[in-house]
Design a protein around this ligand. Structure first.
Ligand code: PLP
Length: 435
């Protein structure tokens, strides 16, 4: 069956034909590709067409798709049992590995870790925990940051809501939305003002370690540290959301990376997803032991999950993290530098105004003269240039994220040969963006 036929059929049984909105190609138009196989840097659709993949399952595929050792670990784990609903030795191994990896300048901020199944669950639980621990209700988030789809986090969120230009979701009770205060990113004055006014009611500030769901938009130098200082002065916690950046931009996430050339800051809670599960449904929250011990069964904040710490997912996560060596991060950095420069050159040759946005090896492009610093500025770009660019790349055999508001993901399998294939497709795409 062709992609067109599959999409028509899917729409009869699945809302919008997809199980996650951005997959529908809504903002770029055309028919989404139905994938049947992925290996290394390549994906294959139902028509048998191969594409170089720069979506990487939206982050997890750091080693490339279907890495032999990861697949073997999954097969071995599956053969021992798909799910026990009981503790396993591997869960503790993974928690220990995360504690060890997320460490920088002698600071190891993850003292305890709880495994869940999705990034949405991780942030939702971290917020409940912050509220339970502080006895306060209000949450501060930044416009354009995406933390999953739990009720209180859908106000001015990035990712699919940015793609669909939705300010919020229907179905969220006003009383719940009122507990979330949404501020412009990179604006310390706005943060100071809200703490001055309601500081004693704020349980936590949640922030993407580096925003990457309104396109990549890294925090200003020192912003994360200043945010921590302010929150802590007022007795509020900070939840650093590393679902997307964790174990991708460095082995200690964006937090570790940012300490290399900026002031030290210590988040109270972290959230992880994507790479930690190596492509299987696995995510986590972790941080200070005194806060984490507020979780049931030790503490009064409830969280549970039939599939939490699922043995097959944990095996995939462990196998992936064990193979995420310094050489892998070097490869990702290099591939990302070569590629982002090549795209930028191609756009410049066609006179297309753009800015390359980076956070470690994550990058994306903004069709604007100036670097945006927040969601309103990111939205003000000439986003209509992306659809023709995207389709020309697809025609040239390269699968990009189907939205200008998403990061591009390289993997360790993006070697010189693969990069050349992408670079060959660029001139036609840049011309398309220019017209
Ligand atoms: N937090 C961030 C920063 C994300 O990028 C995402 C997903 O893209 C989430 C949370 C939600 O994760 P999940 O899609 O696994 O629920």
């Amino acid at each position: 069956m062709s992609n067109d036929d599959l999409f028509t059929r899917a729409k009869l049984s699945i809302p919008g034909g997809v199980n996650s909105p951005v997959r529908a190609f809504g903002s770029v138009g055309g028919t989404p590709r139905f994938l049947v196989k992925a290996s290394g840097a390549m994906v294959t659709d139902a028509d048998g067409t191969e594409y170089v993949d720069l979506v990487g399952s939206w982050g997890p595929a750091i080693l490339g798709h279907a890495h032999r050792d990861v697949v073997r670990a999954v097969q071995d784990a599956a053969a021992r049992g798909l799910s026990f609903g009981a503790s396993t030795p591997a869960e503790t191994e993974l928690a220990e590995l995360v504690k060890e990896r997320v460490s920088a300048l002698g600071v190891s901020p993850i003292e305890k870790l709880r495994l869940v199944s999705t990034g949405t669950e991780a942030t939702m639980t971290a917020i409940r925990l912050a509220r339970g621990f502080t006895g306060r209700d209000l949450l501060v988030k930044f416009a354009g940051h995406y933390h999953g789809h739990s009720d209180g986090l859908l106000a001015e969120a990035g990712s699919g809501l940015a793609t669909l230009a939705m300010p919020a979701s229907a179905g969220v009770p006003a009383a719940i939305a009122a507990q979330t205060l949404v501020l412009p990113y990179n604006d310390l004055d706005a943060l100071r003002a809200v703490f001055a006014e309601r500081g004693d009611q704020i349980a936590a500030v949640i922030t993407e370690a580096a925003a990457a769901n309104m396109g990549v938009l890294a925090p200003d130098r020192g912003f994360n540290a200043a945010l921590h200082e302010l929150a802590h002065e007022h007795g509020a916690l900070v939840i650093l959301d590393e679902v997307l950046t964790g174990f991708r931009v460095s082995s200690s996430g964006y937090w570790g990376l940012s300490l290399a050339d900026g002031p030290l800051y210590t988040p109270d809670l972290f959230t992880f997803g994507k790479v930690i599960g190596g492509g299987m449904p696995l995510a986590a929250l972790g941080g200070r032991a005194d806060i984490m011990d507020y979780l049931a069964p030790q503490g009064p904040v409830y969280q549970a999950g039939t599939l939490s710490g699922n043995p097959v997912a944990v095996a995939a996560g462990l196998a992936t993290l064990e193979r995420a060596t310094p050489a892998v991060y070097e490869r990702l950095d290099e591939a990302s530098a070569v590629l982002s420069e090549a795209v930028s050159d191609a756009l410049s040759r066609e006179g297309v105004a753009h800015v390359v946005q980076r956070a470690g090896n994550l990058f994306s492009f903004v069709f604007a003269e100036e670097r945006p610093r927040n969601y309103a500025e990111a939205q003000a770009q000439e986003s209509w240039r992306y659809a023709p660019f995207f389709h020309a790349m697809l025609h040239g055999g390269v699968s990009l994220p189907p939205s200008v508001f998403e990061a591009w993901f390289v993997s360790a399998a993006h070697d010189e040969r693969i990069l050349s294939r992408i670079i060959e497709a660029l001139p036609a795409a840049a011309r398309a963006a220019a017209s």
